[in-house]
Design a protein around this ligand. Structure first.
Ligand code: URC
Length: 309
């Protein structure tokens, strides 16, 4: 929402960030419990410019109300649902319930609680924290326009060989040796966009966002690592990132585009020469110094041709 007035252009959005909610669904007749913990952020686009220009709050949906709505809607959801479905439900509510709201953006980060296995048996009500996180960002416009993104944060992956980096620009500042043998480590963040563009075109069951999230994660990992025995050679993070994104687009027709962020987390070869003694440690692809920073930042978005942008 923007207004030009007295030489000032105002663009604004307001919302509530980091609303933490956990929900348990207790199985009938002693069946297993299902559990999620979500961190929900809401932004509303609404015509509340008088609040900024004149201190008139008449059209403001209080952010406290947004927070309460998260708990109220979680309570109403009597069946297990995915973060995406909860985001759509909240987005539909905010954009249709309030005449002043033209669009709602709901972002959710799911805490990676996983059902625990005891003696290989899934526990009925016990969970432990995993690593990478499932995320979603849903935009719902008044009238039903929809954008659903899902994502992964913090998928840490590493391979000890089958990676190199050669043929790059060399100048007087370049010290990095060319190599066909190095470690490759990254923490993948991915965000992909589904092709549904209206709340009426969202597929119902059996389409399952949770399963799709697991499928995309598998395709990303399979492409990064390659076959179990021999792996696959990576000539750069850039090429591996591209192949990962391309594999997702070619495997899932409901996904229009994917953004991947893959920091290059360096493992530096350790050589310890001394002035007087023979070399204490000579690097032989064995001892490394892991570093978090500085790190390479490699990021790209792949979009399917002919996507309805
Ligand atoms: O895969 C890589 N891509 C780069 O752009 C780069 N730059 C660098 O120093 N090492 C690497 N590795």
């Amino acid at each position: 929402m923007a207004r030009d007035g007295e030489g000032v252009k105002l663009e604004q959005v307001h919302g509530k960030g980091r609303v933490r909610v956990a929900r348990v669904w207790r199985g009938e007749n002693g069946g297993p419990h299902h559990f999620v913990e979500w961190n929900v952020s809401i932004s509303l686009l609404s015509d509340c410019l008088p609040a900024y220009f004149a201190g008139d709050n008449l059209n403001i949906v209080a952010t406290d109300t947004m927070k309460n709505t998260v708990y109220a809607k979680a309570k109403e959801c009597s069946q297990l649902l995915s973060a995406e479905e909860f985001g759509i439900l909240l987005g539909k509510h905010f954009s249709s319930f309030y005449p002043v709201v033209s669009a709602a953006i709901v972002s959710i980060v799911e805490k990676p609680w996983e059902r625990v296995l005891i003696n290989d048996q899934p526990h009925s009500h016990g969970f432990k924290l995993g690593s990478e996180k499932h995320t979603t960002e849903v935009t719902v416009k008044k009238g039903g326009g929809l954008l659903v993104k899902s994502g992964i944060e913090g998928l840490a992956v590493l391979k000890t060989t089958q990676s190199g980096f050669e043929g790059f620009v060399r100048d007087r500042y370049t010290m990095l040796p060319e190599t066909r043998e190095r470690m490759l480590a990254t923490e993948v963040s991915a965000s992909w966009r589904y092709s549904f563009s209206n709340v009426t075109s969202v597929p119902g069951k059996p389409f399952c966002y949770m399963q799709r999230y697991l499928d995309v994660k598998k395709v990303l990992c399979d492409t990064f690592f390659g076959p179990p025995k021999d792996g696959v050679y990576s000539p750069s993070v850039q090429n591996t990132l591209y192949l990962m994104g391309e594999a997702v687009l070619s495997r899932f027709s409901v996904i229009d585009s994917i953004q991947l962020r893959m920091p290059n987390l360096h493992f530096l070869p350790v050589n310890l020469p001394t002035k007087d003694n023979p070399i204490i440690v000579k690097f032989d692809d064995d001892v490394y110094m892991p570093t978090d920073e500085p790190h390479g930042t490699i990021q790209a978005t792949l979009t399917r041709p002919l996507s309805k942008l």
